[in-house]
Design a protein around this ligand. Structure first.
Ligand code: SF4
Length: 478
């Protein structure tokens, strides 16, 4: 069930005919990471063209529009965040002309010192056109005293903190960079061109590769910059790699819990298998007698299958999801909130009436959705309802590119598990432990960001930024 807001997708395609069409299909494959806006920039070698707008990928890009994005290199972006007032200006890629030519940038993540950097740039006379922290990079690159674009990008990156996967496009080159923590996923793939040359693709999720026929090569390393430049990368079958920062790997564990598509491989694990294992660990930690286990679709399905496998309790699809629900034009009164959940989920009363059921969901944020789900299952006649969550209690917001509510709105940060159980109306409530979550990823000691579960933020996290945040939508990049 969707209760976290995704955190953008980026793609870059290099040395492929009609590169923008591959960017289009890749963005379509990664639509789950952002549905607010989408954009593609393409270079024909002498000029960069950009088309972007609000809405879904298929709505924005017609065949005619894509035909205007000519060239063998292209970058693209799907955006979630509603932060910012001018939604068109706040879409990506951001395009700019500067003394070295033209560039376009796509960014997934959140720069934690963006406010300070922006103020410094404004004090020096910079004029901003958007509310995006990504625009800081444009100014830092344009103002850098270094000679080459590569050195200017490195210079600019040295002045920003936080989570990022950046893809830069110049008229002839493409750059892909992952922050030193590797918080957000970014993978490299290659494409065999008909003329025997090699094309490249970098994308937030590997599911994009499958759709465009690309072969997965490897993940971009934390702190690494890949440079795609026809002058050398096409001859040795590899883009040039520069380790810009010493890696301090802390990838986001929530990619596995909720964000990434089950058919993607991120941080060395297949997402579907990881979620199923979370269900297995959940069954080991919470042994419950019931007639069936049902998922909250879609993100609870794999964990429910895992729970069923481990416990021997039948798996059933007791809740059916309507995938065609768009925006709902309803005010948040109690009755209307119920309608909102009912528009998305409908129980099969004939299946669950009179039965003891285990319901598996991926997380609890405010608790309102869980409460509504329990209510509609009770109305459908369920006798006992045990809610099990395939992640630990969410007790702290994310500052690394995921749009989460403020801590005061996170129910598990403010109530005990028993109080939460009473609030949502379940007969029992259980969460996967942090150790169980890490076991399901194969290594309890693997360094990963789990800050929304344990409140341990990565080391040089900017405290000013954290203290500044008073409400939802902390992410201002994507
Ligand atoms: S705080 Fe949570 S959502 Fe944000 S990067 Fe860390 S694990 Fe991921």
């Amino acid at each position: 069930m969707k209760h976290w807001n995704e955190e953008c997708a980026v793609v870059g395609v290099y040395n492929v005919e009609n590169a923008s069409i591959l960017s289009y299909y890749s963005l379509f494959a990664m639509q789950h990471r952002g549905q607010e806006a989408s954009g593609i920039s393409a270079s024909n070698g002498s000029k960069i063209a950009t088309i972007k707008n609000t809405g879904l990928v298929t709505k924005i890009f017609t065949e005619k529009r894509l035909s205007k994005l000519q060239g063998r290199s292209s970058i693209g972006h799907n955006r979630y965040s509603t932060a910012g007032e001018d939604s068109i200006n706040d879409t990506q890629p951001i395009f700019a002309r500067y003394d070295l030519g033209e560039m376009a940038i796509a960014h997934n993540g959140n720069l934690t010192n963006a406010k300070q950097v922006r103020q410094m740039l404004i004090n020096e006379g910079a004029i901003f056109q958007s509310h995006l922290d990504t625009e800081n990079l444009i100014h830092l690159i344009a103002r850098s005293k270094k000679q080459s674009l590569t050195d200017r990008i490195i210079d600019a990156l040295g002045q920003v903190d936080g989570a990022y996967c950046f893809i830069f496009l110049s008229r002839t080159k493409m750059f892909a960079i992952r922050d030193r923590y590797g918080l957000r996923p970014l993978s490299l793939g290659k494409i065999q061109n008909q003329d025997g040359s090699t094309g490249y693709i970098v994308a937030s999720e590997s599911c994009a590769f499958d759709l465009v026929g690309a072969e997965f090569v490897r993940e971009v390393r934390a702190g690494e910059m890949l440079i795609f430049d026809g002058a050398y990368s096409l001859s040795d079958n590899q883009p040039k790699s520069i380790q810009v920062f010493e890696p301090k790997e802390h990838p986001c564990v929530f990619e596995h819990v909720y964000f990434a598509r089950p058919d993607s491989n991120v941080f060395g694990h297949n997402v579907y298998k990881a979620r199923k294992q979370m269900g297995i660990e959940l069954a080991k930690e919470h042994k419950i007698e019931a007639d069936m286990v049902i998922p909250v679709p879609d993100s609870g399905v794999a964990a429910a299958l895992g729970y069923s496998k481990q416990s021997g309790i039948d798996f059933e699809l007791g809740l059916i999801r309507n995938h065609y629900v768009g925006r709902t034009f309803i005010e948040p009164t109690q009755q209307q909130r119920e309608l909102k959940v009912r528009l998305k989920l409908n129980p099969i009363a004939e299946l669950i009436a009179g039965k003891d059921i285990i319901v598996i969901d991926d997380s609890v944020v405010r608790g309102t959705t869980s409460k509504q789900i329990i209510k509609i299952l009770r109305q459908a006649g369920a006798r006992k309802i045990h809610l099990l969550i395939s992640s630990p209690p969410t007790i702290s917001p994310c500052f690394y590119g995921v749009d989460t509510p403020h801590k005061t709105e996170l129910i598990c940060a403010n109530k005990s598990i028993e109080e939460v159980r009473k609030y949502i109306g379940a007969d029992s409530l259980g969460f996967l432990s942090i150790d169980g979550l890490m076991r399901s990823l194969g290594d309890e000691n693997k360094p990963m960001c789990k800050a929304c579960f344990d409140e341990v933020y990565i080391d040089d996290f900017t405290n000013d930024f954290r203290n500044d945040l008073t409400g939802a939508n902390p992410c201002v990049s994507c």
